[in-house]
Design a binder for this molecule. Structure first.
Ligand SMILES: *Cc1c(COP(=O)(O)O)cnc(C)c1O
Length: 424
């Protein structure tokens, strides 16, 4: 690693309009120093303001007890409303199309209950081969619960030409081939393993053309890349908020339901009292009257401490702006990729699985170690570089534009080079 790279990185950090946000976050420490944290795709860092937001609710509880439901400027009974203005910008939707609730997999099951209703030959679900296990389990079990055979009805699409990722053309062709046997297409926004960003608009368009629904798992896309779920006509989307959205471990999940379905109170769904007409809720009348928005899919009253933590981080996103974050993210990930590809030490020792076209990826590079194993990852962790390991031989690094710097990228690549050269 050349001294020039470090100088260049320092210069880029100085010019970076978003560099001030780094000080908004707590960094884990190792050997008395801030870690080089490249794991925001797994668990985002804690914003310093999170404790204020959570403490505010703890104090409200101390002071008011149950009255907190109706007291103060953020009464608990409608606390979920607070996130909507922020979330709607992050996923590109109307406020009445997004809500934070439950966790990702729970929300996926709720969406599947409404959007996977097989009948006759229209009974298949298309997903990508190598989908995140929880998504696979969710669709597999939903097919079974519906009385259909997952072996026949769960189609896993694999790249045809030995490529590491799927082309949009392959996806489109498969959807067209499946035609009226297809009930639902479910794809990630960004694939967790390869880091590939999928074309939500195109996939949705073709799914609709053959009469299927299109749903998306945005676990790795929400807060990472700009999205436009409403304009792209996605039927539903789910996400978690503890990755790029920094809501904390196990933080509340998110759900998008397009308004064309939200308005339809006849849409079959699994119901709970929080999805029902808020005015009538406490009359306890047991009359079914779903809220005619995404809120109609809510089950339970709001998990306030988790929502408070979520809201704290959303307020940081609001200040930074998704478009600014994406602009920096493209530069930062490109910069890191260039350092890796230009490194003589890493040459022939690694292969980047993530698409090289930066329009087809977010803030992630998945690096396959050709000749080395997990000891490289262990060396990095020991030296204070936090990233994640995926079997068989992949390290995933996420240079997050909110709190990572260009200098982080240089330091990471330097330590990766050390790890590889030490092993010879
Ligand atoms: C992180 C992640 C999950 C996690 O699901 P939870 O219900 O939040 O535990 C699910 N699917 C994908 C694609 C993920 O990346």
């Amino acid at each position: 690693m050349k001294e020039e790279a470090l100088q260049k990185a320092r210069q880029l950090d100085e010019q970076d309009q978003l560099s001030k946000f780094r000080s908004e976050f707590h960094f884990p420490q190792k050997n008395g120093k801030d870690c080089i944290y490249l794991c925001g795709n797994s668990l985002g860092l804690q914003p310093k303001r999170t404790s204020e937001f959570v403490n505010e609710e703890l104090q409200k509880w101390q002071k008011w007890g149950v009255e907190g439901h109706f007291t103060g400027d953020k009464p608990w009974v409608s606390y979920h409303q607070n996130a909507k203005p922020y979330l709607s910008k992050i996923v590109g939707a109307h406020e009445h199309e997004v809500v934070a609730m439950n966790n990702l997999t729970t929300n996926l099951h709720l969406a599947l209950a409404s959007f996977y209703r097989p009948s006759g030959i229209r009974s298949k679900i298309l997903i990508e081969k190598g989908a995140f296990p929880s998504d696979f389990y969710a669709v597999h079990s939903r097919i079974k619960v519906s009385g259909y055979d997952p072996e026949q009805n769960l189609i896993e699409l694999e790249p045809s030409d030995g490529s590491d990722y799927l082309s949009t053309e392959e996806i489109i062709m498969t959807i067209e081939e499946l035609g009226d046997e297809l009930a639902l297409v479910m794809f990630p926004g960004i694939q967790y393993y390869t880091g590939q960003l999928f074309n939500i608009k195109k996939i949705t368009e073709v799914a609709h053309k053959v009469g299927a629904f299109a749903g998306f798992d945005l676990a790795h896309a929400a807060g990472n890349v700009p999205l436009s779920l409403h304009k792209d006509h996605a039927d539903f989307a789910v996400w978690c908020t503890y990755k790029y959205l920094n809501s904390g471990p196990g933080g509340v999940g998110g759900l998008f339901i397009h308004e064309k379905h939200g308005r339809n109170t006849e849409m079959p769904r699994l119901s709970g009292w929080w999805g029902h007409d808020a005015e009538a809720r406490f009359k306890m009348a047991n009359q079914i009257n779903p809220i005619p928005t995404v809120d109609g899919w809510q089950l339970s009253n709001v998990n306030i401490l988790s929502h408070a933590s979520h809201l704290a981080s959303l307020s940081v996103f609001e200040e930074a702006g998704m478009e600014n974050l994406r602009a920096k993210s493209l530069r930062l990930t490109d910069f890191m990729e260039e350092l890796i590809l230009n490194s003589e030490v890493l040459n022939n020792q690694i292969k980047i699985l993530t698409p090289s076209n930066h329009e087809e990826r977010g803030a992630q590079l998945s690096i396959y170690l050709t000749n080395h194993g997990k000891s490289v990852f262990e060396y990095l962790i020991e030296r204070g570089v936090i990233l994640d390991w995926r079997e068989p031989n992949v390290i995933r690094v996420a240079p997050v534009p909110l709190y990572n710097s260009f200098t982080d990228a240089v330091n990471f690549v330097k330590i990766l080079e050390e790890a590889i050269s030490n092993e010879g």
